[in-house]
Design a protein around this ligand. Structure first.
Ligand code: DOR
Ligand code: ZN
Ligand code: ZN
Length: 428
């Protein structure tokens, strides 16, 4: 392993850390992989002094929802390329979903994944499947997977449709004190849909996915969390009514959190220009009304987390009609810029509130001591330029997946440096 600089001093940046209510110009001293001190007059013999004046310095982002495709689909992504993409996006911790081949559904598979990820440039915290093979029938060894290092459970890619099986999973998750990450999609209700049900689907002659496909399972899962006491985190919420249901759950004091992906608050289905796979993901791009309601729910902190659902696929499989292409777009290398541009530049929230959604709140969901720049914390730090416009260019991605509908989009918020445990893992 490469030596880390014993001391690195980041000088003169705008330090934004919502966990300390901080948003001001100061220096950050990193020592032995940890934040040593924050202040305006840190002097001394840092062997590595970096001028970051005019840049923002934030706790590294934590992405609770990514697909790394290894093992089994290495042509789409590997742990190496996916974690490099994370570093390039300022994401210092990623949680890979278990829908690989084989599925991550046992303590051995969790350990194997951690072994494969041991040289990754960012922290990799695996998510275990709820049922064996994600087949929705027999529960996986939840206690054993937690013991092996899984930080959450998820059937992502689908819902556990048998509610009794799901109840047992929630009961066991509650007993093991591990959160359930729910992909909310009523399998039968999808009814062959490939994009949001609406005028655009009609215009393109494509079968639609209604909001209820998501909402009925959001409601079910909240009620089941209430019944079992399990901590529930709702993945990639895309509809207006999901925000109403999450707000209701919170009013009842239920242990429910929810995430929204940048594409769902940045683009609506009326912006789909043609029937092409780059516009296809699950849940789909929704109506303008949904997009506006999601933004408000993020601003009001009903939705507390921004994650990407980074879903790389091969170029050929995505370069076809939405009828045939697989669901999913990449997100790790565009999440901060899209979020900063839409939410902060767009006047929806402050930069500090955005950092809370990308760093501090995801750490709270996992109950890990990350997502902050407090002295003593691991030095997972990201430096970004928020003043210079640039264009998203998928050909520069470290990810094997170039599948994004945002290619060419003008944005602000370029990542310049990413540190993990004090080590520089990415520099522009
Ligand atoms: O768009 C998606 N892609 N949504 C999912 O739920 C699964 C994911 C994938 O694995 O490609
Ligand atoms: Zn999903
Ligand atoms: Zn996913």
């Amino acid at each position: 392993m490469e030596e880390i600089h014993l001391k690195t001093l980041l000088v003169g940046g705008r330090v934004v850390d919502p966990s300390q209510g901080l948003d001001e110009q100061m220096d950050v001293l990193i020592e032995d992989g940890k934040i040593k001190a924050l202040g305006t007059e840190i002097t001394g013999e840092a062997e590595n002094t970096i001028n970051v004046q005019g840049k923002v310095v934030m706790p590294g982002f934590i992405d609770l929802h990514v697909h790394l495709r290894e093992p089994g689909f290495e042509y789409k992504e590997t742990i190496a390329t996916g974690s490099q993409a994370a570093a390039r996006g300022g994401v210092t911790t990623i949680c890979p979903m278990p829908n690989t081949k084989p599925v991550i559904d046992s303590p051995e598979r969790v350990k194997d994944l951690l072994e494969r990820a041991k040289d990754a440039p960012v922290h990799v915290l695996p998510i275990g499947a709820v049922t064996l093979g994600q087949e929705g029938k027999e529960l996986a060894d939840i206690a054993g997977m937690k013991e092996a290092g899984a930080v959450a459970l998820s059937e992502d890619g689908k819902s556990v449709m048998d509610t009794l099986v799901f109840r047992h999973g929630l009961q066991e998750a509650a007993a093991q004190d591990i959160p359930m990450f729910s992909h909310c999609e009523d399998k039968a209700l999808v009814d062959g849909g490939v994009m949001n049900a609406g005028d655009k689907a009609k215009e393109l002659g494509l079968p639609g996915i209604t909001n209820a496909v998501e909402d009925v399972i959001v409601a079910r899962d909240i009620l089941m969390a209430k019944e079992t006491g399990c901590r529930l985190h709702l993945c990639h919420c895309s509809t207006a009514d999901s925000t109403v249901l999450v707000e209701m759950a919170k009013k009842q004091g239920l242990p429910v959190t929810a995430e929204v992906c940048p594409h769902h608050f940045t683009m609506s289905d009326d912006e789909i220009t043609e029937d092409h796979g780059r516009f296809k993901m699950n849940p789909p791009l929704r109506s303008r009304v949904d997009v506006e309601v999601l933004k408000k729910a993020l601003a009001d902190n009903v939705m507390e987390v921004i994650s990407t659902d980074h879903a790389p696929h091969g170029a050929e499989e995505k370069d076809q009609s939405m009828r045939k292409a697989p669901f999913g777009i990449v997100g790790l290398e565009t999440s901060f810029a899209l979020s900063y541009t839409e939410l902060v530049k767009g006047g929806v929230m402050s930069l500090s509130d955005l950092v809370a959604k990308m760093s501090t709140n995801p750490a709270k969901v996992l109950r890990i001591p990350k997502g902050n720049l407090r002295p003593g914390s691991a030095a997972d730090v990201v430096v970004a330029d928020i003043d210079t416009e640039y264009h998203i260019d998928s050909s520069t991605f470290a990810s094997k997946g170039k599948n994004t509908p945002f290619d060419g989009k003008a944005v602000y918020g370029q990542i310049e440096k990413t540190f993990v445990d004090g080590r520089l893992v990415y520099e522009k």
